[in-house]
Design a protein around this ligand. Structure first.
Ligand code: NCD
Ligand code: ZN
Length: 347
């Protein structure tokens, strides 16, 4: 029998969608009660493209937090073809932006204002390299002839290779990696300027989960789940002890009706249960001793922020994951793994 309790330093979620308005108010507590900080994604409608918009959004998040919450939202800038390098510099220098997010236009949910070609943001990337501002990348090719399951690997060979060569000192996080190719690329990097986040769903499931007995929209996210070989490679990478991999849930709430639809949208709402899900994976890989670094240290070190104070304790008590979170107007959001039982409980 293994250990019965596990205490770790308070973790951070380095990739989180909090949305806005009623949705923000419904989902925020799940993250704020568990994590010290989160890197908040900017793909609102309209997206967060200016320092002013980031500060206003941060204020709305703070207003929705419980009074005594120690949670710190870190804001990101949504890059567009027209993003002004001066706005990036000013926003980073005043603390409005912690990083900038590159969505290839059309790659994912609310990415229609994204970047159509890296050539268009050359000045922005040069500025970010100069000021030490990290670039967070949704790494999927948008070339319509590229198969949906090959889009990440294609992006690495084309766009990412170009960015890494052209900006050799730019700090880059490959967000929510899903392939062996991405894991290997990050593992092989020796410069320390390249890192990756990994979601719980990509560690737990391969693409069969989307088609088990019928089409399962609650397993649909982008980048899409891949084949088993990739899941195994991601599990090896996350539990390898390499400091280049850290926790980023990509928790992405959508109301149930928008997912259970003829054209269901991408995104899995994992915030309430992600930590226990990751922990289960680390235990299965016999790497419990490496969980704290993945969850609470590697990201902070990469971003150059102090480790969180305080701890979280998990107990080996099987718990059933609660099903839905309800919005103020009665609409619901399905939680990842809702109704299933996980071996660990957050004490
Ligand atoms: C995200 C969302 O819904 O905002 N969806 C997703 O499937 N991951 C966008 C993203 O991170 O790609
Ligand atoms: Zn995301």
């Amino acid at each position: 029998m293994g250990i019965e309790t596990l205490t770790i330093r308070r973790p951070d979620d380095w990739h989180l969608h909090l949305r806005d308005g009623d949705m923000l108010r419904a989902v925020l507590a799940s993250s704020a009660s568990q994590y010290g900080r989160a890197m908040v994604m900017p793909n609102l409608k309209p997206p967060v493209t200016t320092a002013g918009a980031a500060l206003a959004y941060r204020e709305r998040i703070r207003e929705a937090l419980p009074i005594d919450s120690g949670f710190t939202p870190m804001m990101t800038c949504y890059l567009c073809d027209a993003t002004d390098p001066a706005e990036i510099r000013a926003g980073f220098n005043c603390g409005a932006f912690a990083a900038a997010k590159l969505y290839p236009a059309g790659a994912t949910t609310h990415s229609e204002y994204g970047v159509t070609s890296v050539e268009r943001i050359g000045g922005v990337l040069a500025t970010m390299q100069e000021i030490g501002m990290p670039l967070l990348i949704h790494g999927e090719s948008t070339d319509p002839v590229v198969d949906v399951f090959d889009r990440e690997a294609a992006f690495l060979r084309s766009t990412l290779a170009l960015i890494l060569t052209r900006y050799p000192r730019l700090k880059v996080v490959l967000e929510h990696i899903t392939t062996e190719e991405a894991a290997d690329l990050v593992l092989r990097d020796e410069s320390g300027r390249l890192a990756a986040t990994i979601t719980p769903q990509h560690l737990m499931f391969n693409r069969n989960a989307m088609f088990a007995g019928g089409i399962r929209p609650h397993y649909y996210c982008l980048p899409v789940l891949k084949r088993e070989r990739h899941r195994r490679a991601l599990r090896r990478a996350a539990t390898s002890g390499s400091p280049a991999f850290f926790l980023g849930t990509d928790s992405a709430p959508h109301e149930t009706g928008a997912k259970e639809s003829a054209c269901g949208c991408a995104g899995i709402f994992s915030a309430p249960v992600a930590l226990q899900a990751y922990l289960t994976v680390f235990e299965e890989e016999q790497a419990l001793s490496r969980f704290e670094a993945f969850a609470s240290e590697n990201g902070a070190r990469f971003y150059g922020v102090p480790f969180n104070q305080g701890t979280l304790t998990f107990q080996r008590t099987p718990t059933r994951v609660t099903g839905d979170v309800e919005l103020a107007d009665g609409r619901r959001i399905r939680t990842f793994l809702g109704g299933e039982t996980l071996p660990w409980t957050l004490a």
